[in-house]
Design a protein around this ligand. Structure first.
Ligand code: OKP
Ligand code: ZN
Length: 344
């Protein structure tokens, strides 16, 4: 399988994540990418290519122009104010405040465009986010041109990023950008299947009122898991999009057999509504030893997941999302991709 990866992804080297009451080294570390690349090479999965630069047009097709401009300009502007540390939002247009104004101050903008506080803005973040969406777009293009599956080793991840908000380690929604591009290239209906441990709130929000992208997510129950405020089973889409969102929240320690039953339901929906392309938001934080998650996948379960996805019989693009058991992330990702290839 062809992999796409950009060295520019390493340009985000954040040193702070707000975790409980302390600042820790971010779980979403650049080292994750090195481990995945090593595993791909060791397994002989196939060629790794650098993506082209697809510009901002495909980003604008999904994200708000003011939000893109904010991310592009933030770091130089922050520095020009004499601030040296990484930026972490501390106030938002929360439910009892106004959200119809975008403050002039950087601190005000920071909260306006954020949905969570764990993810800092720092030097290189915008460049890495651009590289990540290019990686997703290159993978999509490869599958579009060849019909072959592809893997976009995206970093930073994307599925929490909404139309105009960053958070949960995400800035641009790579899966949504690729899905929109697929539609613009002529596919009539695309499925985004999100298997990351965390609900893909950004992808859901972007397509919630649309019927051309079916979004299904299997994830930790938001009653007890980030992002808490989206991802419940009663969210099924709105208006035109009614029936084109499906959520399968599951309790901590849910057995893989139960998770696989939810996957069957999601794949049945994908088949029934005749999706022509499958984009998999591939988070391997469903791993049993993931440090911030509570599902129970083993390496063999990842292989079985890949096999089952191949059986769906669709052109498939895998895009990297989460996975924080750094030493195991490579083996886990490659297990999915090799399981897929063994069946494909
Ligand atoms: C990003 B992705 C854990 C707090 C959660 C943020 C998690 C972001 C996950 N106690 N912190 O979906 O893998
Ligand atoms: Zn996750």
């Amino acid at each position: 399988m062809m992999t796409f990866f950009s060295e520019q992804s390493f340009r985000r080297q954040a040193t702070t994540e707000l975790y409980g009451s302390t600042l820790v080294t971010p779980f979403e570390t650049p080292r994750r990418m090195e481990i995945v690349l090593e595993a791909i090479e060791r397994a002989g999965l196939g060629e790794v290519r650098a993506p082209n630069d697809y510009g901002l047009e495909p980003v604008k097709a999904v994200h708000d122009a003011g939000y893109i401009e904010f991310l592009a300009n933030f770091w130089p502007a922050w520095q020009a104010e004499g601030r040296t540390g990484e930026a972490i939002p501390s106030i938002w247009p929360a439910r009892t405040l106004r959200s119809d104004r975008i403050p002039r101050s950087l601190g005000g903008k920071l909260g306006y465009y954020a949905l969570a506080a764990e993810t800092s803005l720092c030097e290189g973040t915008f460049e890495a986010a651009l590289a990540s969406k290019d990686t997703a777009l290159a993978a999509l293009e490869h599958t579009f041109e060849s019909g072959e599956p592809s893997f976009g080793l995206c970093r930073p991840p994307g599925h929490h990023a909404a139309t105009d908000q960053f958070g949960g380690y995400c800035f641009f929604n790579n899966a949504a950008i690729a899905a929109q591009r697929a539609l613009d290239r002529g596919y009539k209906r695309v499925a985004v299947l999100d298997v990351d441990f965390h609900h893909g709130n950004g992808t859901q929000q972007i397509f919630y009122r649309r019927s051309d992208v079916f979004f299904a997510s299997l994830h930790g129950d938001p009653e007890v898991t980030f992002p808490y405020y989206l991802g419940y089973a009663d969210e099924t889409g709105e208006g035109e999009g009614e029936g084109f969102t499906a959520n399968y929240p599951m309790a901590p320690k849910t057995p893989v057999s139960v998770w696989m039953q939810a996957l069957e339901k999601a794949l049945a929906q994908i088949a029934r509504i005749e999706c022509e392309l499958l984009i998999v938001s591939l988070g391997v934080d469903i791993f049993e030893h993931d440090p911030i998650s509570t599902f129970t996948f083993t390496r063999d379960d990842f292989t079985a997941l890949g096999e089952r996805l191949a059986d769906a019989g669709l052109p498939t693009v895998f895009l990297m999302e989460g996975g924080y058991a750094v030493d195991d992330i490579g083996v886990n990702v490659v297990s999915v991709l090799q399981g897929f290839e063994a069946r494909g």
